[in-house]
Design a protein around this ligand. Structure first.
Ligand SMILES: *Cc1c(COP(=O)(O)O)cnc(C)c1O
Length: 370
């Protein structure tokens, strides 16, 4: 008789829920920080043509090194804070989630620690769990900033193999100042510091990218994604820039031919349309700033945001507020500290619907409380 449970999940996974925001079919979806504007007909046609060409050779495995794609990504990053990045500095995978899991597989593992500062991206502890890395979460300040002395002390105490920090942070929207990256990279020694810039393109003007200091820190990794500003979440393409020895290490853990020929073709074609796909970023930033101002005017606490979403609070019963918004056809996200909610920035019309719904829900709650 086997002593294994059925199904024979390892202990650490028993009772775990699969990650995922609810995918509800409601008219206004403001819960996963997607770009509300899809690719244009011209971009879609070009992507389709590139995929059609790739289809003619789908009997063959794809370019395992994704050379053309990584070169195109280097060129793109060199226009957004990157300094002389080349193919050797770039790595790509199926979403930046896969990139970060690979980082943990290569640099984490039993007897090693991964560190972040909460509130932080809820997937990080899962990469740690799945790579058998010990997970440690420090704290951010009340305004969601990072106290640099405390952060340095935490890194020195924990001696993490990998530090993971989004900038702008999810779920708070807070960007890290450049000194923070320097402090963390220096304190980490030979540990890897991953600055997750999934929302990098939405940062306010004057806020630098960590890419600018990449040449100064061999242990710095900057991850990006085509899922958010690039309006390409469905294609699954994430990437990083780092020193070549870090890229080399990831080759050891990646699955063979992990990036399909279809994915590579679609992403390359999308990159040719970068100015157009990114064309709505400025509008989304303006809408974001307007949303922050409106929520503040309603008396909510609102975190400053450099991303395409806004975290606001506090509500007495956030699940009730969330549900009442869903009932009005508006889906936002229950995440962040208790009492807070996160809304992704949609089109002006979608934001109008959100504001209207939230106003109604509040009036109802106040009526109910009276
Ligand atoms: C959305 C998001 C990502 C992107 O994930 P992909 O796998 O590239 O779609 C990465 N990090 C954070 C913090 C995010 O919110």
């Amino acid at each position: 008789m086997s002593a294994l449970p059925w199904p024979p999940l390892r202990d650490a996974l028993v009772g775990e829920e699969p990650y995922g925001a609810p995918q509800l079919d409601v008219p206004v979806q403001l819960n996963t920080n997607e770009n509300p504007y899809g690719p244009s007909a011209a971009a879609a046609a070009d992507i389709a043509e590139a995929v059609r060409e790739a289809a003619l050779t789908l009997n063959r495995y794809p370019d395992r090194e994704a050379v053309a794609l990584r070169e195109a990504l280097a060129t793109y990053l060199n226009g957004d804070g990157g300094q002389g990045l080349t193919l050797a500095n770039l790595w790509a995978a199926n979403g930046s989630n896969e990139v970060m899991l690979q980082l943990l597989q290569a640099f984490g593992g039993p007897g090693r620690r991964a560190l972040s500062f909460a509130p932080t991206y809820s997937m990080y502890p899962e990469y740690a769990r799945d790579s058998l890395t010990e997970w440690v979460a420090g704290r951010r300040e009340g305004d969601f900033s990072l106290d640099l002395d405390a952060a340095r002390a935490k890194v020195l105490e924990v001696e993490p193999a990998v530090v993971l920090l989004p900038s702008p942070n999810n779920p708070t929207g807070t960007a890290l100042p450049p000194e923070a990256v320097q402090v963390l990279c220096e304190a980490a020694g030979n540990g890897i510091v991953v600055i997750d810039e999934a929302y990098g393109e939405f940062r306010r003007s004057g806020v630098p990218s960590a890419l600018e200091v990449l040449p100064q820190h061999r242990n710095l990794v900057v991850t990006r994604t085509m899922s958010k500003a690039f309006a390409l979440a469905g294609a699954r393409l994430g990437y990083l820039a780092a020193a070549p020895e870090i890229v080399d290490a990831l080759r050891i853990v990646r699955l063979p031919y992990h990036l399909s020929a279809v994915t590579q073709a679609a992403a390359l074609a999308a990159l040719r349309h970068a100015p157009e796909l990114l064309g709505k970023v400025d509008e989304l930033r303006e809408e974001r700033d307007a949303t922050v101002a409106w929520l503040r005017a309603q008396g909510f606490q609102v975190a400053d945001s450099d991303a395409n979403f806004v975290l606001f609070g506090s509500v007495a019963d956030r699940h009730a507020t969330w549900q009442a918004l869903v009932d009005r056809g508006v889906l936002i996200r229950e995440t962040g500290p208790d009492g807070w909610l996160r809304v992704s920035i949609g089109t002006p019309q979608e934001m109008q619907t959100f504001k209207q719904a939230l106003t109604e829900v509040r009036a109802e709650e106040e009526g109910g409380a009276a």
